[in-house]
Design a protein around this ligand. Sequence first.
Ligand code: FAD
Length: 447
Amino acid sequence: MIGAGLAGALMATLLAQRGWTVEVYESRGDPRLHGFAGGRSINLALAERGLHALRAADADRDVLAQAVMMRGRMVHPRAGTPQLQRYGRDDREVIWSVSRGELNVTLINAAEAAGATIHFDRRLEAVDFPAKRAFYRGGGELHRVGFSTLIGCDGAGSSLRAQMHARTGLGERTEWLGHGYKELEIPPAADGGFRIEPNALHIWPRGRYMCIALPNDERTFTVTLFMALEDQGDGDPSFETVPDAAAALALFERDFADALPLIPELVHDFEANPIGTLGTLYLDRWHLGGDAVLIGDAAHAMVPFHGQGMNCAFEDCVALAGHLDATPDLATAYAAFEAQRMPDATAIQKMALDNYIEMRDLVDDPGFLLQRELELALQARHPTRFIPHYAMVTFMRIPYSLALERSEIQRRILEDATRGRASLAGIDIPALDGAIEQALAPLDAGP
Ligand code: FAD
């Protein structure tokens, strides 16, 4: 396996548990010795799909012990009091903020405990597929190692993908978003507690740009500022027009005034942390016969706005393990994995792009809030048929492609019913029953 990141360490665990001989080659040093990202806290939202995969690896309890529950979005308007919009109906429908570094260490420990061997400081450089040899750079040397098959878990910039592509085109294309991000930090309060509500994902929506903040168990928040990379000529800020810490301070004073006092090291963070770029990676093929297969970001990197990249990568691991259980023929297993997962990856990639608009623009829009109110009313009326979009993606494990298909039907019903209205008062809700029963078959609503 190439890469002992999130997908790699979980995949290694699942395969080693099944008795496979698993050797993992990871370009970075052992995070248990070196730490992560220069010591910065970077976190991720973990949802039901990811949790289910962690249960399969028996790693869920360790991960949840360090996680912070997020009940909903805390939306910070330009002026006025922040409001919590719950993600689900109650505390059984929540997501979890987890530290990327701690999660990776937990999974690396799980992989080793299950019997996998992880070789750190080994960067895949080249693959000789006919001779079944891979070449890894590490410790100033090039190491040549034979393989029976390769699983690529080496992330969005996958070296294995490049080697496969050189052998037989994979139909690779990346659509760049044109927006980037910068990470900042809210430290603990003077008494050691959280400075703002911990059990929420905070959002400062500002139209075509936004800030978000996720809690960490050490009482900090990781803040991420998202905006266009280049000036769009529309008066909105971009990394081009906000090139340095002084401009960032002015931006926060104007647009994120309640966040500014929470980020005392804004000048340092803005200057020290890199601008991340965001894109969606599409491939026509994920495997090369039985010689190699790609999973996670290496196969289908996506923009982070649905908080599903890791969750989807973890779902890949369970799916691939299942296909390998079903047949001893690797090429057949990889083809079945690709056929199952590619439509789902494409669906969540689209939903992730759509969710950027929802987060940065719609969450404080009265029309959107009215649709959300109606969505909950219809869910109460049709609990197995009308399940909110966010719930299908986040709290269930139905295929992403099915969640997308049903969400589109539901969105049309919501838009039609709320058009031109300011409240639910004038909507004849029972009159919608027929359309719902006809268009939406019942789903098993449990996770
Ligand atoms: P990675 O985590 O990138 O791991 C790849 C591993 O391969 C690394 O350890 C790397 O060192 C190693 N590697 C790379 N090249 C080589 C090589 N040549 N040889 C050997 N090893 C190599 N997802 C969520 O589910 N929820 C979220 O809230 C969320 N938030 C996000 C926020 C941001 C800003 C971003 C950018 C992403 C976010 N994601 C989120 C997505 C998530 O980070 C990815 O989907 C996830 O990390 C993919 O896991 P992976 O194992 O495929 O790749």
